[in-house]
Write a protein that binds this ligand. Structure first.
Ligand code: MG
Length: 300
């Protein structure tokens, strides 16, 4: 199932995607038509935190699909404003640095390939959805860069999770653009400021639940800037695979439902080119992952 958060007018809602780019199930209307019992929680984050509600959601969607005329039970895609699936994450977004060999090399040299997993975070206020504008932050940076990444959403709480058990703790997958102000990243010798400017963490367009993607390592990430392919690599190129990331992160630290983990970016970032090709106003960045979709943003 694909789960999306969105706005209609001033109301923040979430729903299950009926058809990408076309329609989203109106869950409140489905509940009214089905048995009039309002059971589903108010936000997608709460749904993830109380995963038992997924059974209800499945039931409602199956009911909707069994009907012939569903016009009154859906939102037309064109009438909604997409939000990040979790519009206000509870914690910082956890990110793996230099998790693809060729990317580590393009950021410096072979010496940059990490021996141990590298983790940094982005502030929760940096998130934005698909089809939104990314602020250029001109007064702070002239080196805004893109990083297309597969993101994992944690479903089941856990600590000291083994690599083998990791899959069980994943609620779903989405796409994340780890936009980075390279000059701030360099100047402050630490990633947080260069990675946390408002709107520099586009996430979406929706979460695909884990049951739809049995083997996330078989997916391919492609990043286009103004239509030109800049990054293209299989997720299987990761140095530290998803199970290992979850095991390392949860060693002595509890992971909770709704936690977001960005798993690293392949080579082809703007900084990796000679001369570098940083983002400029008007640039359109599209990150596609097969079986998930495309995250699209424009630089303001
Ligand atoms: Mg990154």
């Amino acid at each position: 199932m694909k789960l999306v958060s969105f706005k209609t007018g001033k109301e923040e809602r979430y729903g299950a995607v009926k058809e990408v780019g076309e329609t989203i199930w109106n869950l409140a209307a489905l509940e009214r038509s089905f048995d009039r019992k309002k059971v589903l929680p108010a936000s997608l984050l709460q749904l993830i935190q109380e995963e038992t509600h997924m059974t209800r959601l499945d039931e409602l969607v199956r009911f909707g699909e069994s009907l012939g005329d569903t016009a009154s039970l859906v939102y037309p895609w064109r009438d909604v404003t997409l939000l990040p699936p979790i519009p206000r994450p509870v914690k910082n977004i956890m990110c793996v640095g230099k998790n693809y060999r060729e990317h580590a090399i393009e950021m410096g040299s072979e010496a940059d390939i990490p021996e141990h997993i590298m983790i940094f975070t982005k502030a929760p206020t940096s998130v934005t959805g698909s089809m939104t504008a990314i602020q250029s932050h001109n007064s702070l940076t002239s080196q805004l860069d893109y990083e297309g990444e597969l993101a994992v959403i944690i479903g089941e709480k856990g600590i000291n999770i083994s690599e083998k058990e990791a899959r069980r703790h994943i609620f779903g997958y989405t796409i994340l653009n780890d936009i980075t102000a390279r000059d701030l990243q360099k100047k402050h010798k630490q990633f947080f400021l260069g990675k946390s400017l408002d709107t520099t963490c586009p996430i979406g367009p929706y979460i695909v639940t884990a049951d739809e993607i049995e083997d996330p390592e078989s997916l391919t990430i492609t990043t286009r800037v103004n239509g030109e392919v800049r990054q293209e690599a299989p997720v299987s190129d990761m140095i530290f695979p998803i199970g290992k990331i979850i095991a390392e992160l949860s060693a002595g630290m509890t992971l909770e439902p709704g936690d977001i983990i960005a798993t690293g970016t392949p080579s082809g970032v703007g900084k990796g080119f000679t001369p570098p090709r940083f983002l400029k106003s008007g640039d359109k960045v599209e990150i596609s992952i097969d079986r998930i979709g495309t995250l699209t943003n424009t630089i303001q």
